[in-house]
Design a protein around this ligand. Structure first.
Ligand SMILES: Nc1ncnc2c1ncn2[C@@H]1O[C@H](COP(=O)(O)OP(=O)(O)O)[C@@H](O)[C@H]1O
Ligand SMILES: [Mg+2]
Length: 354
């Protein structure tokens, strides 16, 4: 995030990056951590990151193990850079800092066209193939990330006992009651989620977490943002990726769309590399996951209209967090409906892509 304080002298010294030839510059555009590019003699060598408090420091041990495995399989990946004392992270003023080796590439915040989706799909396929036989017990896990039933139950409870209109946020909460009921209806119409194996997964495959080399035919180089590594079903791993990749014009209800050509290109790239590892039922679950995560996220945004507690918001565009979350909830519900309308076509893509 921009505006984060530069790392303290003690943090820089832990990695011996306190010399005059080392320069630190914030990288804007990240969503969760505060990230700084580390340059020595002008050459980028690493990123130094202050972790968001939702991640336990032990996540760095998982990143170390998984990226070592990826590198062993020949993938380009950031690697954990230990401190001069061989520590995997340092704590400064209660916050965890860690460093990762630099990977050259560009991050985009929306999929420019299907060729990028194809390249991104291939990279994710290389990742899934590489971790398919990984043997690793995670030190850190975030429980309940895609516990759809729990997110829906929370919204249901809020809708039943809304704030009174005179309370702060009471006005938005009235709108959220109506919207919440629509979201719960949409949830009732979701296809059933089959029982699926949990695979080693990245956990947050939004397009800005892939580094690309722009060329006539774009190439995807490496996955970054590895704090969500863990075990997840393919339905949620790829469903969540496709939710954001295939809606390239932003998350407000007015601009949302589900772009089937982006979906088809991403699935083609991924299937060419990793499709053979998964049976038809597991591959079909990607479409169930895609529709489910839209509704699940709509429910989480809508619940936060009542709670006013969780999601960051943009004060330049909205008068309050509640107002921003109301718009986001509407957007995700609209996206869920667009995906539902395209459900048969998306399943067709999965089953005809080999
Ligand atoms: N190892 C790396 N090498 C080069 N750039 C990186 C690396 N890790 C992250 N970045 C850049 O920093 C941005 C933010 O990092 P990320 O780990 O995704 O943080 P956040 O969780 O805040 O999104 C990325 O989108 C990418 O542009
Ligand atoms: Mg990121």
């Amino acid at each position: 995030m921009t505006g984060a304080p530069l790392p303290a002298a003690a943090v820089r010294a832990a990695w011996c990056w306190d010399g005059a030839d080392v320069e630190l510059a914030p990288i804007p555009g990240g969503l969760i951590n505060a990230t700084f590019a580390v340059r020595r003699g002008g050459e980028p060598i690493a990123v130094l990151q202050r972790l968001h408090p939702v991640f336990g420091a032990e996540v760095n041990l998982d990143i170390d193990a998984v990226t070592a495995h990826l590198a062993g399989r020949g993938l380009t990946t950031p690697r954990l850079v230990r401190t001069r004392d061989e520590a995997a992270w340092v704590v400064d003023d209660g916050r965890v800092w860690r460093a990762l080796s630099w990977v050259d590439g560009i991050a985009v915040h929306a999929v420019p066209d299907p060729a990028w989706a194809r390249a991104g799909g291939e990279l994710i396929g290389r990742f899934h193939r590489a971790v398919f036989d990984l043997d690793h017990a995670y030190h850190f896990t975030r429980a309940g990330v895609h516990d759809t039933a729990a997110h829906l139950a929370r919204l249901e409870a809020r809708v039943r006992i809304p704030l009174v209109p005179s309370e702060p946020g009471g006005g938005e909460s009235q709108h959220a009651v109506e919207l919440g009921r629509e979201i719960l209806d949409a949830a009732g119409a979701l296809p059933p989620m089959p029982s699926l194996p949990r695979r080693h997964a990245h956990g947050d495959l939004k397009i800005s977490n892939l580094l690309f080399r722009a060329a006539a035919v774009p190439e995807a180089v490496a996955l970054v943002d590895l704090d969500t590594l863990g075990q997840q079903t393919l339905a949620f791993e790829l469903g969540d990726a496709m939710r954001s990749w295939c809606n390239p014009r932003g998350e407000d209800a007015a601009t949302i769309s589900f772009e089937l050509p982006i979906f088809a290109a991403a699935i083609a790239g991924w299937t060419a590399v990793a499709g053979g590892l998964f049976d038809d039922a597991e591959r079909r679950s990607i479409v169930v996951g895609l529709e489910t995560v839209c509704v699940e996220l709509a429910a989480r945004f809508a619940a936060d209209v009542f709670d006013d507690a969780y999601f960051g918001w943009d004060p330049a565009r909205f008068p309050s967090r509640r107002a921003h979350n109301l718009v986001r909830a509407r957007g995700q519900l609209a996206l869920g409906r667009a995906v539902r309308a395209a459900r048969a076509d998306a399943l067709d893509v999965i089953l005809t892509t080999r």
